[in-house]
Design a binder for this molecule. Structure first.
Ligand code: SF4
Ligand code: SF4
Length: 308
């Protein structure tokens, strides 16, 4: 059954699948997370400080859970925005990953339920407090890099992660033991110094967090760091040697639309609510909303105006 599940996950379009035992999160990893919260490095992501007991034990998310099945889906674009356009993080090019992953995870859950009588499952894509990257490492899918992304060795970090909890006890995979070694390219490339020496991200300085999660005006210093970014930031992934051979994603659900690829700063600033709904109605960009997106573009333009 272990092999059959993995085969089925690949047949559903996932690029990798691994299985871990549903134990409590190891004390070291739990206390690293607690320290990150205590230091206020979660910034505006206030939700990250809630439900810590649940986050530390998948059996609180699904009672009786025995296995954590982790799937990864490649989103590295096959086609890119023009370089002069306001840049969106690659993950936001296609349809909202929550929906894409959940649809497929539900099919994987159905496959298990049809094969193991009386079992229970729960699909989790960001909406429940679970440490996706921790579990991906435990399940042998990849390792957590200094940039805090999950890196699939040899295939890079442009992957969405989803989790399927189940009461079925499957044979677990060996955890991934790869590491960044002595590379520090992402720390050098980060435009804001958001990557800390203790391998955590300070979300208060991270452009990804600021342009997506922050509400209200952005702090004044952000303008000088925006470059050409309008939504998110991929800098610490682009420079990562593991992404040199990232394979372009051909999944139809994750391809950018023509209107998205034709966006300019002017077009975004003039965008109506109807335009926004048409272009981003099925996209993760809804999280920032039209107001947030226009704020980011104004901030980007202000930075370009004041740069020498
Ligand atoms: S997403 Fe951008 S700002 Fe955030 S840590 Fe990575 S490089 Fe730095
Ligand atoms: S750039 Fe280097 S240090 Fe950073 S995540 Fe990639 S391998 Fe690790």
């Amino acid at each position: 059954m272990h092999i059959a599940i993995k085969k089925h996950a690949l047949a559903l379009g996932f690029d990798a699948c691994g299985i871990a035992r549903a134990d409590a999160v190891e004390p070291d990893a739990a206390s690293r997370y607690d320290r990150w919260i205590e230091q206020g490095k979660n910034g505006c992501m206030e939700w990250a400080s809630r439900n810590c007991e649940v986050r530390n034990d998948p059996r609180r998310v699904l009672e009786g859970a025995q296995s954590v099945i982790v799937v990864a889906l490649n989103y590295y674009p096959a086609v890119f925005q023009p370089a002069e356009a306001p840049q969106f993080a690659y993950y936001a090019y296609g349809q909202d990953y929550h929906n894409v992953l959940k649809r497929r995870l539900k099919q994987l859950a159905k496959f298990i339920e049809e094969n193991v009588a009386g079992c229970r499952t729960r699909c989790c894509v960001d909406t429940v407090p679970l440490r996706e990257r921790y579990w991906a490492q435990k399940a042998g899918v990849g390792f957590i890099g200094r940039n805090n992304a999950l890196i699939v060795p040899g295939r890079g970090s442009y992957f969405f992660l989803g989790i399927l909890l189940t009461t079925v006890e499957f044979q677990p995979d060996a955890p991934c033991t790869a590491t960044c070694g002595d590379c520090g390219a992402c720390m050098a490339a980060c435009p804001t110094g958001a990557l800390c020496d203790d391998s955590t991200v300070d979300a208060r300085r991270c452009l990804s967090c600021l342009t997506i999660e922050h509400r209200g005006e952005l702090p004044a210093w952000v303008a000088g760091k925006m470059g050409q970014r309008a939504y998110g930031c991929d800098e610490c992934q682009r420079c990562c040697p593991h992404n040199r051979h990232a394979k372009p994603c051909t999944d139809p659900d994750l391809q950018p639309g023509e209107e998205f690829l034709a966006l300019t700063a002017e077009r975004i600033l003039q965008m109506s609510d109807d335009d926004f709904r048409r272009i981003f109605g099925h996209s993760a960009v809804r999280r920032a909303g039209l107001e947030g997106l226009q704020r980011n573009v104004r901030c980007m333009l202000a930075g370009q105006h004041f740069q020498p």
